[in-house]
Write a protein that binds this ligand. Structure first.
Ligand SMILES: [Zn+2]
Length: 160
């Protein structure tokens, strides 16, 4: 059975601070794997398409990006969930687009946010393998939203 974690809500300190880098010694550790698993279960239970560790009160640079259609985002494209440790956006496309966002930490509000249409990202897997890849469209929007969480920024601060 998966552990479901409580989700921090807008106004709480953990959502306002810059999260710490996951250290080399933490890769592939039992606690990091269990954290990722619990974050994934919590995201699914709340119909999220992404989640960041600070949202479950862990101020570490770990996010999950998992676009899929669900009641909160019926038109979201389907993708395999990607767990990213220490993600870094290396490049933003010049082209940007407006799109609706919500957040498990701001349950009663949605709004239009301008984001880059595509982003190039470097991140580590839970095992510590480095990956560089590009995301476009809605998944790129999720990446930008979740990386913002690691820097203490909520989407409501970016409303157009
Ligand atoms: Zn969020």
């Amino acid at each position: 059975m998966s552990v479901i974690l409580p989700v921090a809500q807008r106004g709480e300190e953990v959502l306002k601070i810059k999260a710490a880098t996951v250290a080399n010694g933490e890769f592939n550790s039992e606690w990091l794997l269990q954290l990722a698993s619990a974050m994934h279960a919590t995201m699914l239970e709340r119909n999220g398409v992404g989640i960041a560790a600070p949202q479950v009160y862990i101020s570490k640079r770990l996010i999950i990006v998992a676009s899929r259609p669900n009641p909160r985002y019926p038109d979201a494209p389907e993708m395999d969930a990607v767990v990213m440790v220490n993600p870094e956006i290396l490049a933003f496309s010049q082209e940007s687009c407006l799109g609706e966002e919500g957040c498990l930490s701001v349950p009663d509000e949605r709004g239009q946010v301008e984001r880059a249409q595509a982003v190039k990202v470097r991140y580590y897997t839970l095992q510590g393998e480095v990956i560089e890849t590009t995301f476009e469209g809605f998944p790129a929007r999720i990446v930008q939203h979740e990386v913002d969480h690691l820097d203490g920024i909520l989407f409501v601060e970016r409303l157009s």
